[in-house]
Design a protein around this ligand. Structure first.
Ligand SMILES: CC(C)(COP(=O)(O)OP(=O)(O)OC[C@H]1O[C@@H](n2cnc3c(N)ncnc32)[C@H](O)[C@@H]1OP(=O)(O)O)[C@@H](O)C(=O)NCCC(=O)NCCS
Length: 157
């Protein structure tokens, strides 16, 4: 069995988009607009936006994915890596795949001199909260507040 964490490539675009659409549907019941998600993914793959994807590939298939963007910490004078778009397809769950991807990215962040890793998770997503806690992340410290100007664009029926 060959398994590796690697940067996402252009050929991964469809797998990444599929994972993001499935994740939003599963975790928040939202049918995101696929064209908007495509632009969101392409901007990162084209390096137009500051961030990157890491995928776990097993036998040529993307079996886990996440996106990293950055937040500057003036307390630490270092960047914090933010994790978003975490997804493992249902038939691959419970095999330690996200744990493998997370630990590889954690080590990469350490090597890159980042201050640490953060993420936010929907309050109702208890399964993901349990996973993050099992991997040693502290969910008790901050609450996230937001002021978004609109809802994410939805797929037209
Ligand atoms: C959350 C998700 C990424 C976890 O992926 P996974 O590959 O199944 O997780 P792993 O098998 O690597 O499990 C990691 C750890 O969490 C634990 N865990 C896994 N699923 C769990 C669950 N449903 N409840 C409690 N603990 C769980 C595992 O036991 C493991 O702990 P260990 O390292 O101490 O053994 C996956 O379930 C998923 O994609 N869910 C839908 C999308 C989603 O919720 N994304 C997050 C949005 S913020």
């Amino acid at each position: 069995m060959s398994m590796q964490t690697r940067p996402a490539r252009r050929e991964d675009r469809e797998a990444l988009e599929q994972g993001i659409l499935e994740m939003a549907q599963e975790t928040e019941g939202i049918r995101l607009d696929p064209q908007t998600v495509r632009r969101g993914v392409e901007a990162i793959l084209d390096a137009a936006q500051p961030g990157f994807y890491r995928v776990l590939e097993e036998n040529g298939r993307v079996v886990a994915q996440l996106m990293i963007t950055y937040e500057w910490s003036d307390w630490r004078a270092r960047v914090v890596w933010w994790i978003q778009s975490v997804y493992v397809p249902p038939d691959q769950r419970g095999r330690g795949l996200y744990a493998r991807l997370y630990r590889d990215v954690l080590e990469e962040a350490r090597q890159a001199g980042a201050a640490g890793l953060r993420l936010y998770v929907d309050r109702s997503n208890h399964a993901a909260q349990s996973v993050y806690a099992a991997l040693g992340m502290d969910g008790a410290h901050y609450q996230v507040f937001e002021s978004m100007f609109d809802e994410p664009p939805r797929e037209q029926p």
